[in-house]
Every structure is written in structure tokens, then in C-alpha cells.
Design a protein around this ligand. Sequence first.
Ligand SMILES: NC(=O)c1ccc[n+]([C@@H]2O[C@H](COP(=O)([O-])OP(=O)(O)OC[C@H]3O[C@@H](n4cnc5c(N)ncnc54)[C@H](O)[C@@H]3O)[C@@H](O)[C@H]2O)c1
Length: 441
Amino acid sequence: MGNSAPRSIGKAEGKLGVLCVGLGAVASTFIAGVELVRRGITKPYGSLTQMATIRLGKRTENRAPLINEFVPLARLDDLVFTAWDPVPDDAYRSCLHCGVFDKHEHVAPIRDFLEAIKPMPAAFDQAYVKRLEGTNVKRGKNKRELAEQLRQDIRDFKAKSGVARCVMVWCASTEIYIVPGPAHENLAVFEKAMEANDPSIAPSMLYAWAALMEGVPFANGAPNLTCDIGAITQLARDKALPIGGKDFKTGQTMIKTVLAPMFKARMLGVAGWYSTNILGNRDGEILDDPESFKTKEESKLGVLEFILQPKLYPELYGKLYHKVRINYYPPRGDNKEGWDNIDIFGWCGYPMQIKVDFLCRDSILAAPLVLDLALFFDLAQRAGMSGVQEWLSFYFKSPQTTPGLYPEHDLFIQHTKLKNTLRWMMGEQVITHLGQDYEPD
Ligand SMILES: NC(=O)c1ccc[n+]([C@@H]2O[C@H](COP(=O)([O-])OP(=O)(O)OC[C@H]3O[C@@H](n4cnc5c(N)ncnc54)[C@H](O)[C@@H]3O)[C@@H](O)[C@H]2O)c1
């Protein structure tokens, strides 16, 4: 859409359907959390769309509305949820199974609401998620048929719930590592490959295709290739719909994309960065399979290379040894512990170390990202912004870019880009932080 700001942004009228692929820890924590906020039981901590303000104009103007007062976002009360999952647990069972929320304080009060969200049969194939067995699955003679069934699900949901618009967010498992191949190149070959049951077409791609075919934006919260292929980007452009991913940026990578820019800004060298995690939820179990881990590893490894630019700064970062491990450790459940050991060096080459021990809660960090992505993708659609939504890189470990561009990983550049995009959309001045116009003549 070039540089010109959207002429007008459609109002957020009517209900917004949020279609979650997967009803595991992240999706159930997101859905339950929204309902808890709607009932006034808690606050939407961690969500920019609900809590952040945006500065407009000069610092002297004192204009800083809430983002959701500035741009026309769907309201929490207007969200309606549905999901697919090969595991038949409804959202209540899923919350209990995942153990993220306190059963008495946060699950029991919304039991009826959660029990009503039952997963639709999934387009699932264990060949792509080895450590998962599912019974609630679709049957069809080929992948195209499964994808057509997903389209029908979307149409049925729209008709039954009366939503005005929908967005789809992939909150399902990490699939095995797949590289872009001939079957992904364009829409025509992709559709043929679905019919031929080509193994390079993963289930996640069927959801992305079905979403776009039904006029629904698609956001990818896992590191899967999914919508980062020619066929899907082409379809998104043809249908004028937003897409983007990949992999929610939550714990360790969020910290990495804050610390690494600091080292580079101060021209401090980095000799090594060792990151390890223990995690005991189903995601951890799935990532224990080397093929799914490979997909995650690729997504986690890329960030330092792009931020530190070893080719530009060979003396500082040319020899950096970067290692990422994820270890499945059931006693911790969803409460991940992520350690980072960073070996840095400064003036005259003297070495120093930084240790980070982040005792985080995986789904508590991810849930507000799902909310923001759902609301911003819906906004982007109403603003006529189609194709890859790079301005939402803030939310992703491995941001999808327009082909030919490298991704921006620095969390605060991403944050500035996001807010400037909102200003630009609404016809406000973007903020450069130059500040010269405050100086007396
Ligand atoms: N902080 C975080 O939690 C975080 C951060 C970044 C990315 N992610 C990614 O988000 C995803 C969800 O994480 P989680 O902790 O909720 O995992 P989870 O295992 O609790 O939930 C994933 C759900 O997806 C379902 N699923 C698998 N294949 C499916 C398919 N083809 N169709 C529909 N459903 C399917 C599984 O049955 C499971 O219930 C994972 O890919 C994870 O790597 C999570």
C-alpha cells in the first residue's frame, strides 16, 4: 500500500470472532484471561492495546491517550472465541490441565463460560507433531479436503455466533522443521500440492489458506513456516488481508532483544551467549522432539545475528558462540525458568559476565500478545493494510518481513515502529525524537 496513510479506517462495529488454532496453555490462558477482565476480576496486565498510552504531537502538548481510545479497536466485550484442537478438552478442562490459573480464584468463577468453548476437530497429522496424539481430528481424502472443512467451520461459526469479522491466531503446537520448497512457491502449485498430499504442506498451512480464503487475517504464534511462503503471501495480497508471524516473543528472546541492542549501542563485545530453559508443559514435551526443537531453535537463534551485525562489527561479534537449549522438565509445568550466561568484553578486551535467571510463566507472558495481535490484525484489515504486517514485529521472535528485507529484532525499535504506525494510520505526526524544534531560534 506504499507510504500513503489509510484514507479511512472502518469502525469496529459488531462482534469480532477470534479463531484460535489450538486450545492448549496459551489459548486457554488468553480466553480465560479476557473473560476474567470482562468480569472485573483482574486487569489486562501485559497488553498494550488495553493499558498503554501513546504520545501525540510535541512533548509540550501533553497529549497521551490510551491506544484503545486513539485507534478504533474492537472492545473486549465484543470478542467471541472458538478453537480447533486434536485434544477434545473444552477450555475449562484445558485450563485445569495446563494449571496456569489458580483453579478456585480464576477458573471456577468462569467455569460455565469456559465449558461452552469446545474445540472443533482439528486438521492434524502426527507426522508434524511427533509427541502429540489426537482423537478430535478431521478425516478427508487429501489435505485440500481438510482445508475445505476448515473453511466450512469458519462459515458455520460466523453464521452461528453472528460475528461481523474474524481473525485467526495460531496458538497450536510447534511443527517439525520445514524449509520453503517448490510446493510453496505460488498459489497454483500450493493448491495442487494440497490435493496431492505433498508432505511439505503442514497442517498449519491449511489453516492459513482456509483463513485467507474466508476473508480472515492470520497471525502465526509458533515458529512454523506456515504463512512465510510465497503461496500464502500471494493469497494475502490477492485477498487484501493481513498476515504475519512468527513465534510469540515472550521470555528469553524478549530479554535477548533488549540486552543485545544495549551491548551494541555501547560497542561492548560479546564472546558467547548460552541460553537454556527448563519447561514442563505440553509445549515443552513437544519441543523435546528434535524435529520440533529444530523449528524453535532456528527461530530463537536468528535474533543475535540481526541485532549485532557481526559482518559490520567482526572484532566485537565475529566470534560469538550462541547456543540455545530447551529441556523438558515436568515438575515446573508452565513455569519456565530461562537462564542466560553472557560473556562480554569491554575496554582493552577485559572480559565480564552477565547472568540472567528469568523465572517466568510462559502462558501468562503469551496471552496478552494473543489479545493484542487479534485486535491489531483486525484493525489492520479495517485500515486496508494487506500482506505482511511488519509493524507488529514487536510481538514475534522471528518477524516475517516483506521479501528482500531483513527483520528488525530490537524490542524498542519495534515498539517505536508499532506506535509510529498507529500515529501514521490516524494522520498524526510520527515521532522521530529529533527534538530540534524545541530549541529557541
Ligand atoms: N510463551 C509461550 O508460551 C510461547 C512463546 C512463543 C511461542 N509459543 C508457541 O505457542 C504455541 C502454543 O503453546 P502452548 O504452551 O499453548 O502449547 P500447548 O501444547 O499447551 O498447546 C498447543 C495446542 O495445540 C494443539 N494442536 C497441535 N496441532 C494442532 C493442529 N494441527 N490443529 C489444532 N490444534 C493443534 C495441541 O493439541 C495443544 O492443545 C506453541 O507452538 C509454542 O511453541 C508459546
